[in-house]
Design a protein around this ligand. Sequence first.
Ligand SMILES: NC(=O)C1=CN([C@@H]2O[C@H](COP(=O)(O)OP(=O)(O)OC[C@H]3O[C@@H](n4cnc5c(N)ncnc54)[C@H](OP(=O)(O)O)[C@@H]3O)[C@@H](O)[C@H]2O)[C@@H](O)CC1
Ligand SMILES: [K+]
Length: 527
Amino acid sequence: MISAYTGTQVRAAEEPLLADGLGDVLMQRAAHGLANAVVNELRSRGSRLNGARVVVLAGKGNNGGDGLFAGAFLAARGMRTTAVLTGDAAHQAGLAALERAGGRVQRLTDAGLPDLAEEAARADVVIDAVLGTGAKGGLRGSAAALVQAVTDAHRRGFVVACDLPSGVDADTGEAAAPILPADLTVTFGGAKNGLLADPGADYAGRVLVVPIGIEKHLPEPSLHRLEDADMARLLPHPSRRAQKYSRGVLGVVAGSEDYPGAAVLACRGALAAGVGMVRYLGPPSVADLVRQSCPEVVCSTGTVAGNRVQAWLVGSGLGPGDHDQLTRARDAIASGLPVVADAGALPALPAVLPPHVVLTPHAGELASLFQRLGHPEDREAVEAGTLAAARSAAERTGATVLLKGATTLVAAPQGAIFSQADGTPWLATAGSGDVLAGVIGALLAQAGDDAGRFSELGIFADARWAAIAALGAALHGQAGTAASASVSGGPITAGRVAEALPEIWGKVSMLSKYGAWKRNSRSQPLR
Ligand SMILES: NC(=O)C1=CN([C@@H]2O[C@H](COP(=O)(O)OP(=O)(O)OC[C@H]3O[C@@H](n4cnc5c(N)ncnc54)[C@H](OP(=O)(O)O)[C@@H]3O)[C@@H](O)[C@H]2O)[C@@H](O)CC1
Ligand SMILES: [K+]
């Protein structure tokens, strides 16, 4: 499991070591990790180290200090290193080290800005060490102008962000333009929340966590990401004596005369995700289509009360006029069973819900939900602060909230947050959300009552609904990525995502067989 922290949490973890006079040691470890990452990146791109051109954009705080010491390491390895000091001051020891190692130092002035931007654009590596966890707001003044110019330029090299891309808020992932998009972010002690939530994640590139010795002082993480090894431990497996009812039955209330396909795709997602049986409830014409497309599904036009299931999926493909279906959706919520509530069900549900109801809005649907709750937010505001939006929606509704996006966030009402980024942009296609709802519904039906499986991973009580939704998002994302890979990275349809899912399930499950979950992934690049 990948853990992420707020800037404040990481800074608090540094405190005991700073009190012991180890501040310089921490900075050396950070700088060394940063320099090593640059060397590895150059090597992996087949570039020469000796003579490689490095530009360090260095702010006046400790983030700039990390950058200057890293620059010193790189200069000592024969790289042509220039530090551009963006503030009115610089970390003195870092500056001295860089100069001793043969690095050049340039102070940023308005007059010199075009030449420095040009030099950065021509460099093999640009290190962004302007702002770190001590930043208040985004870049300002000439530092902002320089970063804008380097962002706009046609760059020949790659960008490595020191701790986080300057302008990204470590705690929230909010992004204050201009921000230089990084190919790689090397972050110290633990991942920062802002690197694993959009829009911050848009600028972070790959994320590498470098341990610096503060790890044992870190508190409970404020955000989690499931890795394959965690997925392997959470995925349910039928026992030898299993029968279809014991494996979990999912009831599906989806699809309408206008959107019959949503019912089919939701059922296909559920069938691909290991459920013992799917019972479909809906209008006769939609039920006919489901029967034809998925003969495994048991279809009826009955009521929620008349069907015995372990979980419900409601809402995919429902419109405001689908009264019978919306009544079934509300009855499913009232049943007290776990429910995944998607799309058309979202506007029709009670304002206050239990944690075992998983809402699956995209940003626009979440904005509408906020409006209904009397806290108007527009779609842009949700997209600008996805972490805060997901958390606030979970707190206000009491439900578990999965906010779909390039990074999918799942917030539990009592505070746990999961972030998954396993997908491909090709997943932004009609019907993809219906398949996701089916997958999550299937997992709720199979694993909802198995709290022990989650507590083994340190996920307690009501946070398990969020973990199940995150598991569904991870499976769905990986299936989409695999489906696209099978057509050489080309486009995919939602149906292909469901088809690719069982193989992903099988591959991930193999890890549990071989005990691969024991491996420590702390120093591996995060996905
Ligand atoms: N603690 C440690 O030992 C370790 C810390 N480490 C590293 O330190 C980083 C945190 O360092 P930090 O606390 O010095 O803050 P940092 O992010 O460099 O920036 C603050 C400086 O910038 C200024 N400033 C603020 N906002 C601004 C803005 N919008 N635009 C322009 N300027 C702005 C602000 O000045 P002020 O405005 O307060 O006068 C202040 O001088 C952390 O991310 C990690 O990289 C590692 O080496 C491990 C050991
Ligand atoms: K930075």
